[in-house]
Design a protein around this ligand. Structure first.
Ligand code: NDP
Ligand code: 2IT
Length: 449
């Protein structure tokens, strides 16, 4: 796809020039700006107010040294980031990622996506993201704790329950949120909802752990319903085996699907009988081991080295839930040739632009992550509400709200896509549906931000 207007092409050129060597950020911006051409045409006030130029520039990006002492007594240094991208509709909100591949461009792409995702939830949350190139793999609990405490010692200066509310992402789950929260409380002498994904006995919300995966399946269910179909008796392939993948597998199974494959960055497992999810939870959540361990107690299952091969498995529904650009054009062609009917992104930007083009050209249902994985941050928003009220909803109450939100996001995408003449284009619908609320808020608030 290429730009039709000089205005958007010029803006894209400027983004590439002003943010050099940040390919993931360019990719995320390009996808959104391509969808913005008809919006700019119908809304000249956005062009006049420079909304497009402003929305691609983070309000603030903080980069800091994180030094910590490892178990051998050696000083280690990592780099920490928090990109506070857009606060037009609420406090900055978005996760923290701990992975060696993290750099400023990756955090900017994630923070940019988060603006539109958070807007789609209908809740008052701006967009932000953070993290570090720290690699949690193979680290002891003590090392993780000392890293998180050092990271928070700087981050605490920039966040707050009404300013910026981080949460988990790759490499950050309940354990890390606990250490981060403890350090924030120690530094500020304040018990507030400054992080989400907290433990249930200190301000966490029921269903937050499950929310991204469950929400992904609720969104997929809505898409399938437009074709009078459902998860029932469908073969499902899910990449990753972390928080999002595990709870996507749980809900897909509850809705009648059969999940036959999961992966990690080393390889994938295939179990034609359907994955034994209790075994996966034990391996990944309790023991923190590799997915390969699954075959030790499941003799009928197969393990294959390399994570990309998972897309060669024949399936009806594919849910990429690992990381960005994990599903390329070639994998998309194989999925389509094998008869896939729906692809919904649990990860952020897991499909390359070539893969998205392939799915759309084939006319299959395709849900972009900023719509289909929004259940996680939506439930973070519900955690913030409960913290403000100093009250907790039951699991049934939270789950019902999550289902409503995912239905609402689906409708917002569908309505925006229809209004702009491409009713089946969820990428267009999600970008426009997410953009309008933020753009109107920016417009109303004047030019400074
Ligand atoms: P986890 O850390 O719990 O799990 C990540 C999974 O993805 C692991 O199986 C990991 O394998 C795999 N993975 C990570 N990096 C790579 C890579 N470079 N290549 C192949 N596999 C990789 O993270 P989450 O489940 O929380 O996050 C998964 C995705 O979902 C991310 O894109 C995240 O941004 C997105 N997301 C998360 C939300 C949340 O609430 N947690 C909300 C919305 C989106 P390995 O162990 O080998 O690294
Ligand atoms: O990508 C995401 O939406 C997340 N990692 C969750 C963010 C949050 O604030 O719950």
């Amino acid at each position: 796809m290429s730009f039709k207007t000089e205005y958007m092409q010029d803006l894209m050129n400027r983004v590439e020039k002003n943010h050099p060597a940040q390919p993931e950020f360019h990719q995320a911006v390009r996808e959104v700006l391509l969808c913005m051409e008809p919006v700019a045409e119908r809304n000249p006030q956005y062009v006049e107010a420079g909304i497009f130029e402003r929305i691609v520039e983070p309000e603030r990006a903080i980069i800091f040294r994180v030094s910590w002492v490892d178990d051998a007594g050696k000083v280690q240094v990592n780099r920490g980031y928090r990109v506070q991208f857009n606060s037009a509709i609420g406090p900055y909100k978005g996760g923290l990622r701990l992975h060696p591949s993290v750099n400023l461009g990756v955090i900017k792409f994630l923070g940019f996506e988060q603006i539109f995702k958070n807007s789609l939830t209908g809740l008052p949350m701006g967009g932000g993201k953070g993290g570090s190139d720290f690699d949690p793999k193979g680290k002891s609990d003590g090392e993780i704790m000392r890293f998180c405490q050092s990271f928070m010692t700087e981050l605490a200066k920039h966040i707050g329950a009404d300013t910026d509310v981080p949460a988990g992402d790759i490499g950050v789950g309940a354990r890390e949120i606990g250490y981060l929260f403890g350090q924030y409380k120690r530094l500020r002498n304040e018990f507030t909802g400054v992080l989400t994904g907290k433990g249930l006995n200190y301000g966490g919300s029921l269903v937050r752990t499950q929310a991204t995966g469950y929400g992904l399946c609720y969104f997929t269910q809505e898409m399938l319903a437009t074709k009078n179909d459902s998860f029932k008796d469908k073969t499902v392939v899910i990449s990753g085996s972390g928080n999002v993948a595990i709870y996507a597998a749980e809900k897909a199974t509850q809705l009648g699907g059969k999940v036959v494959a999961l992966s990690d960055s080393n390889g994938y497992i295939y179990d034609a009988n359907g994955i034994d999810l209790d075994a996966v939870k034990e391996i990944k959540e309790v023991k923190r081991l590799r997915i390969k361990e699954y075959i030790a107690n499941h003799p009928n299952a197969e393990y294959h080295e390399g994570c990309k091969g998972i897309w060669t498995i024949k399936c009806d529904i594919a849910l990429p839930c690992a990381t960005q650009n994990e599903l390329d054009g070639e994998a998309a062609k194989t999925l389509v040739a094998n008869g896939v009917m729906a692809v919904a992104e649990g990860a952020n930007m897991p499909s390359t632009p070539e893969a998205v083009d392939t799915f759309q050209a084939a006319g299959i249902l395709f849900a972009p992550g900023k719509a289909s994985n929004a259940g996680g941050v939506a439930t973070s928003g519900l955690e913030m509400s409960q913290n403000s009220m100093r009250y907790s909803w039951t699991a049934e109450e939270v789950d019902a709200k999550l289902q409503d939100i995912m239905k609402h996001i689906h409708k917002t995408c569908k309505d925006a896509a229809t209004e702009y003449g491409e009713p089946n284009n969820y990428v267009l619908g999600a970008n426009i549906g997410g953009f309008l609320k933020v753009a109107d808020a920016m417009y109303a608030q004047g030019v400074a931000y």
